[in-house]
Ligand binder design. Structure first.
Ligand code: T5A
Length: 213
């Protein structure tokens, strides 16, 4: 694959830690199913058995610290599998695919957060991924506010969640710049509001996209 193809029923959710993506995905799935559509909800890193194994390698804090390039290439190794084994077959069957994170997260976290070259990420995107979602919902929230939400969960923080706030601030900056650069694809949603309002905005964007087809 060398050129990027936009996939009309492929939707991604992006945002910082604790932005509320999991909550919104349930509302998106319900809205599409109510409209009679088949929906596949998936996530990154992950989305296939092999890619979920790679996710464990990436997020388990027990492993040695991954070099930034190791982290980037493992994200793309998982994504290569995810695209071919889960996303493309589902789209070919006529289902909608909603992914909790996709390539924009690599630009934000490995590009912005770790400082890796965006041109390298773009080359991997072209050669390894080959597809772009029709719509990306960016749930935007202040880094500190998002982390307060995740810290109140009773979960052991994963390897990336252990980063400092400036790492996440750089990632947020890249997400917002990408949204500015691609206004046709991105919808930026203020995720600091109550769950119901955030979900209602996301559903409205999705149904508007569906109606425009
Ligand atoms: N990553 C991923 C990369 O570095 N590069 C990549 O290329 C990719 C694909 C994934 C990690 O991998 C990194 C990014 C991530 O660090 P993950 O565990 O899937 O790891 O991390 P996240 O995707 O960030 O998942 P989170 O669970 O942290 O965030 P969500 O899904 O956005 O948040 P959610 O819905 O679980 O909500 C978090 C908490 O906030 C509450 C929820 O109840 C929950 O407790 N909440 C709200 N509270 C108040 N108001 C609202 N509106 C709320 N919405 C949710």
């Amino acid at each position: 694959m060398t050129t990027l193809q936009t996939k009309s029923r492929f939707i991604t959710l992006e945002g910082g830690e604790g932005a509320g993506k999991s909550t919104v995905i349930t509302a998106l799935r319900d809205a599409l199913e109510t409209a009679g559509e088949n929906v596949v909800c998936t996530r990154e890193p992950g989305g296939t058995p092999l890619a979920e194994e790679i996710r464990s390698l990436l997020l388990d804090p027990q492993h040695e610290a991954a070099a930034p390039h190791t982290e980037l290439l493992l994200m793309f190794a998982a994504r290569a599998q995810h695209v071919r084994q889960t996303i493309l077959p589902a789209l070919e069957r006529g289902a909608w695919v909603i992914s909790d994170r996709f390539t924009d997260s690599s630009y934000a976290y490995q590009g912005g957060g770790r400082g890796l070259d965006a041109a390298l990420i773009a080359e991997l995107e072209r050669q390894v991924v080959g597809i772009v979602p029709a719509m990306t919902l960016l749930l935007d929230i202040d880094v500190h506010e998002g982390r307060v939400r995740t810290n109140t969960r009773d979960l052991w923080p994963d390897r990336i969640e252990r980063e400092q706030e400036d790492f996440f601030a750089r990632a947020r900056g890249v997400f917002l710049l990408r949204a500015q650069a691609e206004p046709d694809r991105f919808r930026v949603i203020d995720a600091a509001r109550p769950r119901e309002q955030v979900a209602a905005d996301a559903v409205a964007h999705l149904l508007a996209l569906r109606a425009s087809r």
